[in-house]
Structures are given as C-alpha cells and as structure tokens.
Design a protein around this ligand. Structure first.
Ligand SMILES: Nc1ncnc2c1ncn2[C@@H]1O[C@H](COP(=O)(O)OP(=O)(O)OP(=O)(O)O)[C@@H](O)[C@H]1O
Ligand SMILES: [Mg+2]
Length: 252
C-alpha cells in the first residue's frame, strides 16, 4: 500500500534576483513500511522536501498525498490534527519545549491529542531504550546536544505515527549511539509498520535503508537515464507519480 505520493513538486523561495529553486519537479512514492534515506549535498533541498511532506510549508506546484489525503486540501485545523495523528518529526534543531522536562516533552504529542490515552509504559520503554530514563526529570537546557536529539526522537515515536520524518536524526550522535538510534528506528518501523524518511549525510546509514533517494540541486538524481530515482537497487526502481513504487528490496 502506498502511504505517500509526492507529485511534481516545485518549491521556490524568494523573488526576482533572490529566487532559489529549492525543488524542481520532484516525484516519487513510498510504500507503507519502507525505510528511506534521503541523501544529497548541503543545500540540495532535503529539509525543504521533508517540510513540504510534513505540511509545514506549501509547494508552489504539485501535490503531496498521504494516506490518500491531499494535504493541501485540508483546512488548517484539520492539517494540525492530521499531522499530529500521522506524522512524527525529528528536526535538525530538536525544537524541544524548554519549559517541559524530558518526560513531558516526549509525552507532549500524545497529551495534545485530546481523548488519546497516554501510554506511559511505552514512553518509559522508549526513554529506557534511548538511555534517557535517568534524565526524565531534566530540562532540555540541562542536556547535551546528542541527548536532546534522542529526546526529539522519543517524542517523534511516542504517538506511534504512521510516517516519521527525520532530518539527520543521528547528526549529533557518536557512532555507537548512532547505531542504537538506527536500531530503534528500524525496530519501531517493523513493530508498528511505520514508514520512515530519514535525511542523512552518512553513506553507511543510507546503505542500511530499504531505498535511497538522492537529491541534487533540487532534483531527484536519476541514475543511468532510466526512470530510477537513485536507488540502491536500480532493478527495483521506485516509481514516479505515474509508475508506483516497487516493493523496495530487502526488509530491514
Ligand atoms: N526559508 C528559506 N528562504 C530562502 N531560501 C531557503 C529557505 N529555506 C531553504 N532555502 C534554500 O533552499 C535550498 C535548499 O535548502 P534545504 O534546507 O532544503 O537544504 P538541505 O539539503 O536540507 O541542506 P543541509 O544538508 O545543509 O541541511 C538552499 O539553497 C537554501 O538556501
Ligand atoms: Mg537540511
């Protein structure tokens, strides 16, 4: 089942001589449960793409369809609820709430979703797995960068969202914590059939994913002139908007 379709997205920032073509005609689709790496040089448009998929910004052209919903057609309030229920974000800059302790930061997306029971057992499990249980009563400014990043990751997973958008979730972590975080993401995606789009500059991490989407200068990198959008396995090329994605090779 396709969970995400990105159809002919264009994103332009600025005007006239300041115009930046951040994304040009980007199309691809993603099957539920895929773990996708998004790679590309700095400034190539990776964060822009995640922001558009997450409905945090709007494209100049094109459509983003998540679970059959064209997110542009949702009203502001509907989009907020849709996002909260379906998407977990891990940003580059953590965006933790400074006035809340670690535990409450992680529980926040669930608390926001009125009527939804907070699964304290699950939050405890997440914090323990991420080595944050001892820090649960600390505030973000009392944590290291890597610890803050792990809190942001736990928060993204707390709601068990169908789609996780992670912008360099291991960017500030040492290599052993990176392996742990990757392991947690993989396990979580398998357990809850979650789909993950992860921006990374780490080629080894990218290779460990089901599929790699490469962006250069705002465009999907196409290898060998075919319809492939930069896959690990070109024989199982992912689709464009016109040709749905294949199964994506080995499961993690
Ligand atoms: N709000 C904005 N206003 C104007 N230009 C922007 C804005 N956000 C991004 N850009 C430009 O759009 C292009 C793509 O930026 P983006 O942040 O998506 O890159 P990236 O691939 O995530 O880079 P990095 O790996 O450094 O995080 C860049 O040229 C950037 O300068
Ligand atoms: Mg970025």
């Amino acid at each position: 089942m396709e969970i995400l379709q990105v159809k002919q997205i264009h994103k332009i920032y600025g005007e006239k001589e300041n115009k930046v073509y951040a994304l040009r005609d980007v199309s691809f689709s993603v099957e539920q449960g895929e773990f996708i790496a998004i790679v590309g040089t700095s400034g190539s448009g990776k964060s822009t793409l995640l922001n558009l998929i997450g409905g945090l910004d709007v494209p100049n052209r094109g459509q983003i369809i998540i679970r059959g919903h064209n997110i542009a057609s949702l009203k502001r309030k509907e989009l907020t609820i849709f996002r909260r229920r379906n998407i977990g974000f891990v940003f580059q800059n953590y965006s933790l709430m400074p006035v809340l302790n670690v535990y409450d930061n992680v529980a926040l997306p669930v608390t926001f979703d009125r009527g939804k029971h907070v699964d304290h057992g699950y939050i405890r499990e997440l914090l323990k797995e991420l080595g944050l249980w001892e820090k649960r009563k600390r505030y973000p400014n009392e944590l290291s960068g890597g610890q803050q990043q792990r809190v942001a990751l736990a928060r993204a997973l707390a709601n068990k969202p169908a789609l996780i958008l992670a912008d360099e979730p291991t960017g500030n972590l040492d290599s052993s914590t990176t392996v742990e975080v990757m392991g947690l993401l993989k396990e979580s995606s398998r357990k809850y059939h979650q789909t993950i789009l992860m921006v990374t500059h780490n080629e080894a991490l990218a290779q460990a994913c089901d599929r790699i989407i490469r962006i250069e200068d705002g465009k999907l990198y196409r290898s060998g002139g075919g319809s492939a959008t930069g896959t690990k396995k070109t024989a199982e090329a992912p689709g464009t908007a016109d040709a749905p994605a294949g199964k994506g090779g080995d499961r993690l």
